[in-house]
Design a protein around this ligand. Structure first.
Ligand SMILES: Cc1cc2nc3c(=O)[nH]c(=O)nc-3n(C[C@H](O)[C@H](O)[C@H](O)COP(=O)(O)OP(=O)(O)OC[C@H]3O[C@@H](n4cnc5c(N)ncnc54)[C@H](O)[C@@H]3O)c2cc1C
Length: 475
């Protein structure tokens, strides 16, 4: 029996869920707060005298699942290029491959520091073997130090993490490290450098080539879904500029969603899917969720990102898809160059760099003017020799408030009551990166959304909730 499903959020999780539902004859209404679909995987296109595209930082779609890659190919049609991934770290004025490669570390690291790093690593291994010292595996700092030694931790992981999160790595949960760092330690890095990977073994962060839209940026995937949903003949709609404001309920049953920027409207459905931040969902319930749930939701924080797009009067900056800038004296922590994703992303004789600066909503960086942010980004990139400040011909600023969930040492104790309460809503399911407060990638949001859509349409369990909880999903 076909039904009507309202989906909160028009990012990849919400759209892929809607796509699967309409494929099976259901009607969906997607409510998206922004004027465009795509969420964090959105793109912005300038199509005047010159053609430019901007993503929110680097967006490389990758998956070990051939069926998922084929699905994405189907959505993008023939608007596809294959890009080669190169990502490096700039330190001491030199480029280091990322993920770390032993040969490159040995060649480019200052000699004295290298000796210190190797001695530190030997000391950590000795302490670990003899149980002379225990490293606190609960914190990011302890987890990485135990695997790489103090010096490599500080140089390659600690200062970057502190900059990207705006907090000490000793206060960050090791959940983040175990989910994001592919190699298990320095020894693992050495082994991986020395031997060829077996077939099918390449971890996700080491995958070299990936597919990307030829034109339109990564946002083409979201636009492809939205088009197919609206043209499905099911009467489905993707409504933009349509923030969900209140989630009405009767006991633990959702009865309707109030949405709209200025004029409020109400929509009712047979079932509801949430992909907006689970903290926002909890706060929007009417009648209100219990105080302890609201308090726990307020304790869950997000890192925000300000993106500074610099148009440059030169054909290229580097061959890298993205470059990390961990050094503390720089404000920018990563740059990406979209021409290295698709050569059609910028005019032939010019290029566009996206410089990322993390912050918290309302802080000094969040409030800085466009001119100030342009000056910071241009100065940082010039100081490490990537550009000359005079190369910059224009700059634009974009912001994401809910970019990274903050995995501080207490986050689990705050998240559990929120997920538990929301999980008790009988006719609403929550999924995606925001709906789970989870650090997942695009492929995982798409997979979660698709599986949930299939489950709602067929009534057959798909295990959507387990996507991105297993380690094999991370890298
Ligand atoms: C800087 C950066 C780089 C990344 N790089 C990669 C990469 O290289 N590869 C990769 O696979 N992944 C990458 N990711 C992760 C990827 O972007 C996400 O996993 C994916 O886009 C999440 O999709 P989602 O639908 O789950 O969430 P979102 O994209 O966050 O979608 C949620 C949607 O809900 C909307 N919304 C919020 N509140 C409301 C409301 N009240 N009412 C209605 N709508 C609302 C939002 O506007 C948004 O569209 C990156 C993320 C960031 C931030």
């Amino acid at each position: 029996m076909s039904s009507h499903v309202v989906i909160l959020g028009g990012g990849l999780a919400g759209l892929s869920c809607g796509y699967e539902l309409v494929q099976r004859g259901n009607r969906v209404t997607i409510l998206e707060r922004e004027p465009h679909v795509g969420g964090m995987a959105s793109s912005f296109v300038e199509d005047g005298d010159e053609y430019w595209t901007q993503d929110f930082g680097p967006h490389r779609f990758h998956s070990q699942d051939k069926n998922l890659i084929q699905h994405v190919r189907d959505i993008l049609g023939d608007n596809i290029v294959t890009a080669e991934r190169l990502s490096r770290i700039v330190l001491f004025g030199k480029f280091f491959d990322y993920p770390l490669v032993t040969k490159n570390v040995l060649k480019s690291m200052p000699r004295l520091l290298l000796i210190k790093a190797l001695l530190d690593y030997a000391w950590v291994r000795f302490c670990d073997k003899t149980r002379l010292r225990r490293y606190d595996e609960k914190t990011f700092e302890g987890w990485v130090t135990r695997r790489f030694g103090k010096t490599l931790y500080k140089i390659f992981f600690g200062q970057y993490t502190e900059k990207a999160w705006g907090m000490s790595p000793s206060l960050i949960s090791s959940d983040w490290a175990s989910q994001r760092i592919t190699v298990l330690g320095l020894w693992d890095t050495i082994k991986k450098t020395l031997r060829r990977p077996k077939a099918g073994e390449t971890p996700r962060t080491l995958v070299k080539s990936f597919i990307y839209p030829k034109y339109g940026g990564i946002g083409e995937l979201a636009r492809g879904y939205a088009r197919r949903i609206e043209e499905s003949g099911t009467g489905s709609q993707v409504l933009t500029n349509a923030p969900a404001v209140k989630i009405h309920r009767d006991g633990m049953r959702v009865t309707g969603i109030e949405y709209g920027k200025h004029e409020r409207q109400r929509i009712e459905a047979d079932a509801y899917v949430n992909t907006i931040p689970v903290t926002a969902l909890a706060a929007a319930l009417a009648p209100k969720a219990p105080d302890e749930v609201l308090k726990a939701a307020r304790s869950l924080e997000y890192v925000s990102i300000v993106f500074v797009y610099l148009k440059l009067n030169r054909p290229s900056v580097s061959p890298d898809s993205w470059v990390y800038l961990p050094e503390k004296h720089l404000t920018v922590h990563r740059i990406s160059e979209f021409k290295n994703f698709s050569p059609f992303c910028a005019p032939r004789d010019k290029t566009l760099i996206c410089a990322e600066i993390t912050c918290r909503r309302g802080d000094e960086i969040w409030r800085a003017s466009a001119d100030e942010l342009r000056a910071i980004a241009a100065r940082d990139l010039a100081s490490v020799g990537l550009i000359q400040e005079s190369d910059v011909i224009d700059a634009q600023i974009r912001k994401i408030p809910f970019a990274y969930p903050v995995y501080d040492l207490d986050y689990r104790s705050h998240l559990e009551p929120v997920m538990d309460y929301v999980g008790r809503l009988q006719n609403l399911q929550t999924t995606g990166r925001q709906g789970n407060y989870r650090y997942n990638n695009m492929d995982q949001s798409v997979e979660m959304g698709r599986k949930l859509g299939q489950e709602l349409a067929t009534g057959v369990q798909t295990g959507h909730a387990a996507v991105a909880t297993g380690k094999e999903y991370f890298g």
